[in-house]
Write a protein that binds this ligand. Structure first.
Ligand code: FAD
Ligand code: SF4
Length: 404
């Protein structure tokens, strides 16, 4: 099934639909990523629009970028439809941003130059820095207040009803893959003249309770963490309130305790690189310290052009060979193997020296997550496997030998 088509003559049927109450069971059941669509009357379209009920990458990529992924090109399997990629960083980083603040800078430029009237983004609640609070930002200050990741499932689309009701015509939405898949499926129903989508990659997200468990299991001081990232140097970098940075090697994670911490939606997601955004800003395909930019279409190019004079850029690079490391990690993760910290640190140092870098690091991360997720869907939702896993992901997974 493809995206929903609009019917402008009558009152849209969706306006009569009833949003679900907070905490009630969602149509995608345990696979729900709390994208927010079902918190609005757009729940009317959930069967077609939900990323976990209806996988429709080919149709939505064609609708958005004018073509689907070219499966004869390996870069398309991995990174999606794109016309350009680069590494970049802001010459003057925004303080408190997740990386250098390219996402916030683009959103601010778009608002200041009148390209959009509002920006869907995620602030946090007053009480809890990691509790997401989606908003439609109308000022640069409100955009800045949304900087830095809220590393939890966030109902970004819960503000969509406000978009239609407030009569906004030009909108920027910032979001992760599952949110953007549902958004693309209903975008023609929002009454907009122009929608811009600025995406980030996303993987291994958690509920707020899951985040607490992750922090308590992994950090020396869970309550003072203000920011963390799984970095290209194979370590998790936790930034604390006092400005100090704590580094924990990936290979030292207590996998046996953390196996159930990631949300089931994220264990069954194959949209790591946010294939339906116009422009994607992440880090994993860039050298350490740089952000990774994927321009998917002309709209994305126009968005990036707005901030080019604020950026330093360099071409993307690729070094090393990930395949053996991925193949070895599959059974180790599956068995929940946890290395002693000295061995984990040693392995981190070795792999940082000789391991994959740049785009090859991004492929390493995509391969590791797609193989894990394929096994998860196969074991827990075998009836969904064939239709839910897109062809590009099947090709990626098909390169490896998987346990039963
Ligand atoms: P900033 O200027 O700090 O802006 C961050 C923006 O993210 C804000 O506009 C905010 O609205 C939005 N945001 C914050 N939390 C959420 C959320 N929960 N859902 C939706 N939007 C949110 N990049 C990779 O390359 N590999 C990864 O594995 C990866 N995982 C990620 C997981 C999550 C949950 C998120 C939110 C992002 C992830 N990213 C990943 C992207 C990366 O961490 C940075 O967000 C990105 O590079 C932008 O950095 P910045 O400094 O430009 O962003
Ligand atoms: Fe609804 Fe979104 Fe959950 Fe799907 S993922 S059931 S669309 S809230």
């Amino acid at each position: 099934m493809t995206a929903v088509s609009p019917n402008s003559k009558q009152q849209p049927k969706h306006q009569k639909a009833r949003a679900l109450k907070p905490g009630s069971r969602r149509p995608a059941k345990e696979l729900c990523s709390e994208c927010g669509l079902c918190d609005t009357y757009y729940i009317h379209y959930v069967k077609e629009a939900c990323a976990f009920l209806n996988q429709q990458f080919d149709a939505l990529e064609t609708q958005t970028h004018g073509r689907r992924r070219d499966l004869t090109k390996e870069d398309d399997w991995y990174f999606g439809v794109h016309q350009d990629m680069m590494a970049a960083r802001k010459q003057h980083p925004i303080e408190g941003a997740q990386w250098t603040g390219i996402v916030s800078a683009i959103a601010i430029e778009m608002l200041n130059r009148g390209l959009v009237e509002g920006v869907v983004c995620v602030q946090n609640t007053k009480e809890d820095r990691f509790q997401p609070m989606p908003v439609i930002a109308r000022t640069p200050e409100e955009i800045l207040a949304a900087r830095v990741n809220k590393p939890t499932l966030s109902p970004n689309l819960s503000v969509l009803e406000q978009v239609e009701q407030s009569g906004l015509k030009r909108l920027l939405v910032i979001g992760v893959g599952c949110q953007i898949q549902a958004l693309r499926a209903v975008q023609d129903q929002l009454g907009l003249e122009k929608l811009y989508v600025l995406g980030t990659p996303c993987v291994d997200n958690v509920t707020r309770e899951g985040l607490q468990k992750f922090l308590e299991t992994t950090s020396r001081s869970p309550d003072t963490v203000v920011h963390y990232e799984f970095m290209q140097d194979f370590r998790i970098h936790f930034k604390h309130e006092d400005g100090s940075t704590e580094m924990v090697p990936f290979f030292g994670l207590k996998t046996n305790q953390l196996k159930d911490v990631f949300a089931p939606s994220c264990m069954s997601c194959f949209d790591y690189v946010n294939g339906l955004a116009d422009l994607v800003v992440g880090y994993m395909g860039a050298p350490f310290g740089w952000q990774w930019i994927v321009v998917r279409n002309e709209t994305g190019k126009a968005m990036l052009d707005l901030v080019m004079d604020q950026l330093e850029t360099q071409p993307v690079m690729s070094q090393g060979d990930r395949r053996q490391a991925v193949q070895q990690s599959i059974p180790a993760y599956d068995r929940g193997v946890t290395l002693p910290m000295w061995a984990a640190k040693l392995m981190g140092v070795v792999i940082e020296r000789i391991g994959p870098k740049g785009l090859e690091y991004a492929r390493f991360s995509i391969d590791s997550h797609f193989t894990r997720n394929y096994l998860y869907v196969k074991r827990n939702h075998p009836e969904k496997l064939e239709a839910h896993v897109p062809e590009f992901a099947k090709r990626i997974v098909g390169q490896y030998k998987l346990p039963e």
